[in-house]
Design a protein around this ligand. Structure first.
Ligand SMILES: Nc1ncnc2c1ncn2[C@@H]1O[C@H](COP(=O)(O)OP(=O)(O)OP(=O)(O)O)[C@@H](O)[C@H]1O
Ligand SMILES: [Mg+2]
Length: 339
């Protein structure tokens, strides 16, 4: 007979609970009263452009930086006052690489395991299991300096899991990696969430990454959370389909289309972007109305909204506008739009 009685028990506490968390550097408020909570087992994304406050948020939650004001609990422990308990509960992979190039993968893991005082036999068992999980067991005795960018990232993730944390922080896990490597890494991250039940909070400025990987996405911009929901709901919130029409007279088209099933119309660079439900059903009517008014159409395309559209809708800017590696962001945005 079991001693535990699960009936009537409250839901487990959230893995992460953040209330009005704020960080100021002098006059600059890098993180401005953000609040959210992350359920146990969730993959949660902070999506935002360079300088949005993603790393600062992660650093406060990981007890690396002290908040200016506000509170947060990790695995039930307060980030101010219970730092040691918080650190035992989390694994971190930093935005900047932090491996020892002159050591093998195994040695990097082993060194970390000793820091956490994991005993010899147990340490070996976990290292082997984790290197297998991230697909590096056959290269475990190679020096890290011979590793590709994707292999290093996988090794850093494995290392972050060595002390068996319940929660994993990933700061820009696929920054600078090529699309194929990025795809592989997403599979590994999804797998360890599934197989090990680890709660994951990650930051990214890749819309596709947030879209593909995260159960919920918080869009963060200039230190505040602009909107938070599943990627699906975020995209639906700005209308089901997007029709873009280029024309010599976009003003006239924008003025013409006033039907109730149109949720928004935007104009830029000689084109009109129309947010609407059920584009397939309405396009013939739109085209007929434009022709009957004697307005020309140069081209017409239909697509589903992406998180790029969501970002634009809620901030009035594109996420790639201020990217330091904007060429890369633009390529990703372009790819995402084509999907
Ligand atoms: N130690 C610091 N001192 C002063 N300002 C800082 C410090 N750390 C961060 N900032 C500023 O706080 C803001 C947020 O920075 P943060 O690194 O959190 O952004 P981010 O979203 O992680 O950006 P990125 O995508 O470039 O990594 C930026 O304006 C940054 O310049
Ligand atoms: Mg950062």
């Amino acid at each position: 007979m079991s001693h535990s009685n699960t009936s009537g028990r409250a839901d487990p506490p959230p893995a992460i609970e953040v209330r009005n968390l704020t960080k100021a550097f002098g006059d600059l408020v890098a993180v401005d009263k953000i609040s959210f909570s992350i359920a146990s087992g969730e993959i949660f994304g902070l999506l935002g452009p360079n300088g949005a406050g993603k790393t600062t948020t992660i650093s406060m939650l990981a007890t690396i930086q002290r908040p200016t004001s506000g509170t947060a609990t990790i695995n039930g422990y307060d980030i101010v006052g219970q730092e040691d308990d918080v650190r035992r509960s989390i694994g971190i992979v930093f935005q900047e690489q932090s491996l020892d190039e002159e050591l093998t993968a195994y040695e990097n893991m082993d060194f970390h395991g000793r820091l956490y005082r994991i005993s010899g036999e147990e340490r070996r068992r976990r290292i082997d299991e984790l290197l297998t999980l991230v697909g590096l067991s056959d290269r475990k005795n190679s020096l890290v300096k011979t590793y590709s960018g994707g292999m290093r990232r996988r090794l850093e993730i494995a290392r972050g899991l060595l002390h068996e944390p319940k929660i994993l922080f990933l700061d820009e896990p696929t920054l600078g990696l090529d699309p194929q490597t990025r795809n592989h890494l997403w599979e590994y991250i999804a797998r360890l969430n599934e197989e090990k039940g680890i709660t994951i909070i990650l930051t990214t400025h890749y819309m596709e990454e947030a879209d593909r990987l995260c159960d919920r996405v918080a869009i963060i911009d200039r230190g505040t959370i602009v909107v938070l929901d599943t990627a699906e709901n975020l995209k639906n919130s700005i209308g089901g389909d997007i029709v873009t029409i280029t024309s010599p007279d976009p003003d006239a088209i924008a003025g013409l289309l006033t039907a109730p099933w149109i949720s928004a119309i935007e104009q830029h660079d000689g084109s009109v972007t129309i947010h609407l439900q059920e584009a397939d059903r309405h396009i013939p009517g739109i085209v007929t109305a434009i022709h009957q008014s004697g307005i020309g159409i140069t081209s017409l395309s239909v697509r589903k909204p992406t998180l790029e559209d969501v970002f634009l809708h809620y901030t009035g800017r594109t996420i790639r506008d201020e990217g330091a590696d904007s060429k890369e962001s633009m390529r990703m945005a372009h790819r995402a739009r084509r999907r």
